[in-house]
Design a protein around this ligand. Structure first.
Ligand SMILES: Nc1nc2c(ncn2[C@@H]2O[C@H](COP(=O)(O)OP(=O)(O)O)[C@@H](O)[C@H]2O)c(=O)[nH]1
Ligand SMILES: [Mg+2]
Length: 345
């Protein structure tokens, strides 16, 4: 099961490409496209709410395993630059830089663009990503792009298999009521393996539930491994009790305040104690106030780009997370909004 997100420059052909890779499905601030043939299932996510909302980008990235960063012949725009910073802060492992609209350029110019992008991304999460040229108009490179995606997915699948024995967690992106069945949620198995009849808990609300049945791409299955996109019919809860971002698990930390060890992006603006930031973890988000910035145990006035701090953050919304979750911080007042990332201390 391959799950990809298409991001990058505005008007670079992202939505057109998504439409070529699958059939349009559910739409919210992200739009999903599905394609299945033989055993291959490809889910493509278009972060349609982005750049207006950074949350749409974070949601799309956290629901998929592979990012396609689209850059048109004109090169990077500020949106694509912000995408690169987000990918780097998230430590996003797998992706392909897609040079789009090749029918509007020529090979030498595309080669120069590639070299320029390779230079810009040295030392970032994108450093070792492959490059691929396409046009959705002339269809150049389209079949090869799919092959490349499936090649990357083999690595993803091997990594996910290593996680099948971890404690199970499912990250929920939709919840609704189905007449005659009850609460149905859609989401992704983030780690572990889930089974029908498992008793689990929906966090942060701490609602006990039982998994009545599991579907993967409209087929009933008895269990689902790490990386699977699943639909779950749930017992003992109502759809209104579960929201996007909830985590179905057996053990999560739930809190409104955080102590995080965070590193600021080299390309972020500094921030100060007292500033309001936006915190993202999984598909959840919350405004938080920076109440203290510690450098080697000492309070300092401000946090500056490229450095690591222990941050104390105060919010008002309960957030569920586990020790290995990477937090992302954004300053919604800045032009380039993603500021820092890190883990709970
Ligand atoms: N010439 C050319 N135009 C394209 C290609 N892909 C998309 N477009 C056009 O570029 C414009 C922006 O495409 P869209 O998919 O909406 O871009 P998005 O903003 O990145 O989602 C539209 O007018 C598309 O028809 C391509 O490969 N070649
Ligand atoms: Mg679009």
């Amino acid at each position: 099961m391959t799950k990809i997100t298409i991001i990058g420059s505005e008007k670079s052909g992202k939505t057109t490409l998504a439409g070529k890779l699958g059939k349009k499905g559910s739409v919210s601030d992200i739009t999903m496209y599905d394609f299945s043939k033989n055993e291959q299932v490809l889910t493509t996510i278009d972060a349609t709410g982005y750049p207006t909302s950074p949350k749409s980008l974070v949601t799309a990235l956290n629901l998929s395993d592979i990012a396609l960063l689209c850059v048109p012949p004109e090169g990077l725009d500020p949106v694509a630059a912000e995408c690169i910073i987000a990918l780097d802060l998230l430590g996003y492992k797998h992706g392909i830089v897609v040079l789009t609209k090749s029918d509007l350029s020529y090979p030498l110019a595309l080669e120069e663009l590639k070299e320029k992008l390779q230079k810009i991304t040295i030392g970032t999460a994108l450093e070792s990503w492959d490059y691929h040229t396409i046009s959705t108009t002339s269809f150049e490179g389209m079949e090869e792009l799919k092959e490349k995606i499936y090649d990357v997915d083999e690595k993803v699948t091997a990594e996910q298999e290593q996680k099948n024995d971890l404690p199970p967690r499912v990250i929920i992106d939709q919840s609704f009521n189905v007449t005659g069945i009850g609460c149905v949620v859609l989401g992704v198995v983030d780690q572990g393996t889930i089974n029908a009849k498992d008793k689990m808990v929906a966090y942060p609300a701490k609602k006990n539930l039982e998994i009545r049945s599991i579907q993967m791409h409209d087929e009933d299955v008895k269990s689902a491994p790490t990386g699977a996109r699943v639909g779950l019919a749930l017992k003992s809860v109502q759809s209104k009790d579960i929201e996007r971002g909830f985590v179905i698990s057996n053990d999560e930390i739930v809190t409104t305040d955080f102590a995080l060890e965070c590193t600021l992006s080299q390309l972020a603006r500094e921030f100060e104690a007292g500033d309001m930031l936006h915190l993202y973890v999984g598909l959840q988000s919350s405004p938080v106030k920076v109440t203290d910035i510690l450098e080697n145990g000492e309070s300092v006035e401000k946090a500056v780009p490229g450095k690591t701090y222990n941050l104390k953050l105060e919010g008002s919304k309960e957030i569920a997370y586990s020790k290995d979750d990477r937090f992302l911080l954004a300053n919604l007042d800045e032009k380039q909004r993603f500021v820092a990332s890190g883990y709970s201390q």
